[in-house]
Design a protein around this ligand. Structure first.
Ligand code: PNS
Length: 170
């Protein structure tokens, strides 16, 4: 069975990569599907995210990367995928993910959503956390694949770490 792994991946994190690597051992093929969402103003444009994901999944022969717009279920049908793969980090993810899985089932009952528990070392990690650290010039090497860290440093034009003290001296 082919599974799609949909998401924003802005940027892809080591947590995402962990799900892709583990998913690639469970499924015949994984398609990492990057959502084109015109409502969001992203850090990296979709074509750049595709290049980033392709570079860090090169070691996984059954993983491909594509972008899509519209409904995830329609994209899954187009690619003849039988499952949607998602990672679950913490309890707060569960509510949103379950709602999404149930919604998708109402739209396409043949499509299963399969959750993988995120590895504990990445349970705190999200793309938003990475962006927050990056905008203040923090180190992100332990959070994202090497090529993505380089892109982030280039994007923010910073050599980490950078600390500014905003205290008032009496
Ligand atoms: O990385 P994200 O932002 O958590 O991914 C969310 C994503 C892309 C999986 C979700 O927003 C999605 O499937 N969007 C496509 C629109 C859609 O199918 N909506 C119905 C399901 S709620």
């Amino acid at each position: 069975m082919i599974a799609i792994y949909p998401g924003s991946f802005d940027p892809i994190t080591l947590g995402h990569l962990d799900i892709i690597e583990r998913g690639s051992r469970l499924f015949e093929g994984i398609i990492v599907a990057v959502l084109c969402n015109p409502q969001k103003s992203p850090l990296f444009p979709v074509p750049h995210r595709l290049v980033q994901i392709e570079a860090c999944t090169q070691h996984l022969p059954n993983v491909t990367v594509e972008s899509f717009s519209g409904l995830t279920v329609d994209y899954a049908r187009l690619r003849k995928a039988g499952a949607i793969l998602r990672g679950l980090r913490v309890l707060s993810d569960f509510e949103k993910e379950l709602q999404m899985a149930h919604t998708n089932t109402t739209l396409c009952k043949e499509l299963e959503t399969i959750f993988l528990a995120t590895s504990t070392e990445y349970s705190f990690l999200s793309s938003s956390v990475v962006k927050e650290i990056a905008q203040f010039g923090g180190v992100v090497d332990h959070l994202v694949p090497v090529n993505v860290a380089q892109d982030i440093y280039r994007c923010f034009n910073k050599t980490p770490p950078a600390v500014t003290l905003n205290t008032t001296i009496k």
